[in-house]
Design a protein around this ligand. Structure first.
Ligand code: UT7
Length: 487
C-alpha cells in the first residue's frame, strides 16, 4: 500500500506512533492568582480564552527535566528501553540554554547512549515540525525509533506585568515515540507553513544575536515574550483550519473522516473557529486548555496523551493534530492510530523524582520563579504582595506583604523559604513522593559567582541570578496542587 505524502510523493516507510506521555508540574497558578498581580479577572480570562489555570515549573524543574519525564513515559508506553531510541528531537522555545541543545540534556537524563539529539525551534508549531522531521528521518531510513518531545518552561519568560501575555501561558511537556513499520498506518499527510511577515507578532526582542543581553535590554524587560494578541488571533483563525484541511487532503481524507482533532491549546475561541472552518462539531476537538493554558510546543503532545488515555482514540481512528505559533508558523499532521490505548497505563512506572538532569558543577539549589510569582503561589488566599520587583515604580509593601518580603522583617526570609518549599520540597507528583525532578551537583551558586545569565529556561532571563535565596530548610508550606498529567 502506498500513502500520499505531500504533493504526490510516497512514504517509503511508515512511522507508527507507539508511545505517548506527558508531564505537568504540580504548582497551579489560577486566574484569581493572576488577578492579584495584574489588572485582570477570572471572568475576562475565561470568556476571552477559556483558560482557568496553568502550571508553573518548580525549582530544579527546567524544560529538559520536564521533557525527560514526558519522554521516559512515552518510551515506557512504547514498551521500549531508552537505548532503543536513535534520534531525540525536542521542540521548544524555552531551551534550558542557548547551547547545548536541550535534547542533549534529555538524552543523558533518560539514560540513552545511542541517539543523536537536537532541538527544533518553530515556537508553538514546534511539535508538528518535529513530528514531520522524525517522519522524514524514519522514512529515509536514517532513524528507526525517534523520541519527539515538546517541552516548555514558559513562565520563566513571561512578563508578569503584562496582562496581554502572562494570563495565557503555562509550563509542561509531552512526548511521543515514532517507530519504523512496514505495516500501514501512522502519519498520512503533513502541512507545514511559515509566514515571516508576522515575525514580530510574537517574539522575544533581546537575548539573541540581534540584541545581545545587556543591562539596558534587561532593564527594558526585553527578554520576555511580547505579542500582538489581536493580530496573532487573526492569523490563527485564518490559518489553522486551512493548515489542518491541507494535511487531511494530503492524507487522502475529508474532515468528516477525522475522529479526533488535537489542536494547539491557545484559546478556546480559536479552537471553535477551527471547528467552524472545517464544518465540524466541537466534540471532535480535544480541549484541555482550561487546566494548562497555552504550553506552546508542549500543548499538542500533552493534549494528545491525555486524549488517548481518556479513551478518545481507538486503533484505526484518524487523528489530526494542528498548531500555529511564532514565525508565524503553522503545522498539521493527519495520522492513523495504530497503538493499543491501554498501553498508556505503562507511563505510571515513570516517577519524576527518579529523573535527574545533570547540572553544572557550580549549580546550587535555586528557585527560578520571579519572587512575586513565588509569593502568589505560596499564599493561600488574598494577600497584599510586594510587587516592587515585577512592577516598575511600585513601592515595596510595608505591612501585609512584609511576610513575603525578606527585607521587610525578620520573618520574611523564613516565609520566602516556605514559598520555595511549596514549589519544591513537597510532593510534586501524585504518583510519587519526592520533590519532582531535581539537580544533583550542589556547589557554589551562580549567585555566589555573581553570574548574570539571561536567556535559557534554567534562569529567569532577567539578567540577575535566578535565585530566591539559599536552599530551603525542608519545611513544607501548604500546597495547592493538582494531579499531574500522568500519561
Ligand atoms: O501560541 C500562540 C500564542 N498566542 C495566542 O494564541 C494569542 C492569540 N490572541 C488571543 O488569544 C487574544 O487576542 C487575547 C486573549 C490575547 C486577547 O483577547 P481579545 O479578545 O483579542 O482582546 P483585546 O486584545 O481586543 O482586548 C479587549 C479589551 C481591551 O480593553 P478595551 O481597549 O476594550 O478597553 C484590553 O485592554 O480587553 C482588555 N484586556 C484585558 N482585560 C482584562 C486585554 N487583556 C486583558 C486581561 N484582562 N488580561
Amino acid at each position: 500500500m502506498t500513502r500520499a505524502f505531500g504533493a504526490g510523493g510516497h512514504l517509503p516507510r511508515a512511522a507508527h506512533l507507539v508511545g505517548w506521555g506527558a508531564y505537568a508540574p504540580s504548582q497551579v497558578l489560577t486566574n484569581a492568582d493572576l488577578a492579584r498581580m495584574v489588572d485582570t479577572n477570572d471572568e475576562w480570562i475565561v470568556k476571552r480564552t477559556g483558560i482557568r489555570e496553568r502550571r508553573v515549573a518548580g525549582p530544579h524543574e527546567t524544560t529538559a527535566s520536564m521533557g525527560a519525564v514526558a519522554g521516559l513515559r512515552a518510551i515506557a508506553v512504547a514498551g521500549m528501553d531508552p537505548d532503543e531510541i536513535d534520534l531525540i528531537l525536542l521542540a521548544t522555545l524555552t531551551p534550558d540554554y542557548w547551547m547545548p541543545a536541550t535534547a542533549a540534556l534529555v538524552k543523558e537524563a533518560i539514560g540513552n547512549t545511542r541517539a543523536f539529539a537536537m532541538d527544533v525551534m518553530a515556537a508553538c508549531s514546534g511539535f508538528a515540525y518535529a513530528y514531520a522531521t522524525a517522519q522524514a528521518y524514519i522514512a529515509s531510513g536514517m532513524a528507526r525509533n525517534v523520541l519527539v518531545i515538546g517541552a516548555e518552561a514558559l513562565t520563566r519568560f513571561l512578563d508578569f506585568t503584562d496582562r496581554g501575555t502572562c494570563i495565557l501561558f503555562g509550563d509542561g511537556a509531552g512526548a511521543v515515540v515514532l517507530s519504523a513499520s512496514d505495516e500501514p498506518g501512522g502519519a498520512l499527510g503533513f502541512e507545514l507553513t511559515t509566514e515571516p511577515s508576522g515575525a514580530y507578532m510574537i517574539w522575544v526582542p533581546a537575548g539573541g544575536a540581534a540584541a545581545p543581553p545587556s543591562a539596558s535590554t534587561v532593564a527594558g524587560r526585553e527578554h520576555y515574550i511580547r505579542m500582538e494578541g489581536k493580530e496573532t488571533y487573526r492569523f490563527a483563525t485564518k490559518t489553522l483550519a486551512a493548515t489542518a484541511l491541507a494535511s487531511i487532503r494530503k492524507a487522502g481524507l475529508a474532515p468528516s473522516d477525522i475522529d479526533l482533532f488535537v489542536p494547539h491549546q491557545a484559546n478556546i475561541r480559536i479552537i471553535e473557529a477551527v471547528a467552524k472552518g472545517l464544518g465540524l462539531p466541537m466534540d471532535k476537538m480535544f480541549v484541555n486548555l482550561d487546566r494548562y493554558g497555552n504550553t506552546s510546543a508542549a500543548s499538542v503532545p500533552m493534549a494528545l496523551a491525555e486524549a488517548v488515555n481518556a479513551g478518545r482514540v481507538k486503533v484505526g481512528d484518524h487523528v489530526c493534530i494542528v498548531a500555529f505559533g511564532a514565525g508565524l508558523t503553522s503545522g498539521a499532521v493527519t495520522l492513523q492510530w495504530t497503538a493499543d490505548p491501554a498501553n498508556g497505563l505503562r507511563a505510571e512506572s515513570i516517577r519524576p523524582e527518579d529523573v535527574h538532569i545533570r547540572m553544572p558543577e557550580d549549580w546550587n539549589s535555586v528557585d527560578q520563579l520571579p519572587p512575586a510569582l513565588a509569593a502568589i503561589l505560596a499564599a493561600p488566599g488574598p494577600v497584599e504582595v510586594d510587587l516592587s520587583d515585577v512592577v516598575p515604580d511600585e513601592p515595596a509593601a510595608t505591612n501585609g506583604a512584609a511576610a513575603l518580603n525578606p527585607a521587610a522583617d525578620g520573618n520574611g526570609a523564613a516565609d520566602r523559604n516556605a514559598a520555595a518549599d511549596r514549589h519544591g520540597a513537597g510532593p510534586a507528583d501524585p504518583n510519587g513522593s519526592g520533590p519532582g525532578v531535581h539537580e544533583h551537583s550542589p556547589g557554589e551558586s551562580r549567585a555566589a559567582r555573581g553570574a548574570a545569565a539571561p536567556g535559557g529556561a534554567g534562569n529567569n532571563g532577567s539578567g540577575t541570578p535566578a535565585t530566591a535565596g539559599p536552599a530551603t530548610d525542608g519545611t513544607v508550606a501548604p500546597m495547592r496542587e493538582h494531579e499531574e498529567v500522568n500519561s
